[in-house]
Design a protein. Structure first.
Length: 293
């Protein structure tokens, strides 16, 4: 082996050793430059202040790791708002599963009940029990039992109009008369007197002219009812309404007042669940089907 080759191999081996040494130094330098980490050659060379700092950093990292795992396995229960969630869930569970209003003690001092007292009440003193009564609906249809003696006068007055409307529009006269009786209370209701509205016909237009309708409480306090110049106009509007639209299919019943009464209720002429029974009761009480022949 020549000297040139020998010297070159020695130089190469020396360069490789220097490279390994420099790479190790680079790793040490990179580790020492990482935040929160101090590198020393020997543990004895670490100052006490830096050692205390390293301990605090390690404790802080462990605390963060513990909090992360705790929130992970408890679904965030120990988060900042976790206590509020826990209180809300506990209250809801108590109200749904445990709370029972019937198990609460009943107070004896209930208004309207007799309570023993040491005071002497004179014979002339009276204890009045106050109760709030729901106002009666003046627009609701009445039954045959609620109609008075004026019903005969109403039938005599409007029977001819009912027969004419039946011939023109196909609505049985008995049905029209019965509806007029229970809706207008034989012409004595407020709607019949103030609006000439004998059939409780409502106004659903949002752009009606002045004098076309007026507010009157029925199902709600926002109901509006038609105003007519005279009762005959009310009868004609009623015939036109129940002979067209969704009511037109009732004509197939001919002059069968029972089927007409049930049909009017089924298509929603009135919200009264006993509307058909009231119509049939009035027709049979005053024998109104005699005008259908």
């Amino acid at each position: 082996m020549g000297r040139t080759k020998l010297y070159s191999e020695q130089e190469n081996n020396q360069n490789k050793k220097n490279q390994r040494t420099s790479s190790a130094l680079n790793r040490i330098n990179r580790a020492s430059m990482s935040p929160g980490r101090l590198m020393y050659e020997a543990p004895d060379a670490i100052p006490m202040s830096d050692l205390f700092r390293l301990m605090l950093v390690r404790i802080r990292r462990n605390w963060i790791a513990i909090r992360f795992q705790l929130n992970r396995y408890t679904f965030g229960l120990f988060h900042k708002q976790g206590v509020i969630k826990l209180v809300f869930v506990g209250s809801a569970a108590y109200l749904l599963l445990i709370y029972n209003p019937e198990s609460l003690p009943v107070s004896e001092d209930i208004p309207g009940l007799a309570v023993e007292t040491a005071l002497e009440i004179g014979a002339s003193t009276k204890i009045e029990k106050t109760s709030k009564k729901k106002p009666k609906n003046e627009a609701a249809p009445v039954s045959a039992q609620e109609l008075g003696g004026e019903s005969g006068d109403y039938v005599a007055r409007y029977s001819k109009i009912a027969i004419e409307e039946m011939r023109k529009f196909g609505v049985p006269a008995s049905i029209s008369l019965a509806q007029g009786l229970i809706e207008s209370r034989a012409g004595a209701s407020k709607l019949a007197k103030s609006n000439n509205n004998h059939f409780g016909m409502k106004c659903f237009s949002k752009k009606c002219r002045k004098g076309h309708c007026s507010n009157f409480t029925d199902d709600t306090h926002k109901d509006f009812f038609r105003i007519f110049p005279n009762p005959w106009e009310s009868w004609r509007a009623h015939s036109q309404m129940i002979s067209t639209g969704r009511y037109a299919k009732l004509k197939k019943y001919g002059r069968d007042y029972r089927k007409w009464a049930k049909g009017l209720q089924s298509v929603g002429y009135a919200t009264d669940r006993n509307y058909a029974e009231k119509l049939i009761g009035v027709i049979e009480k005053y024998d109104l089907n005699r005008f259908d022949h």
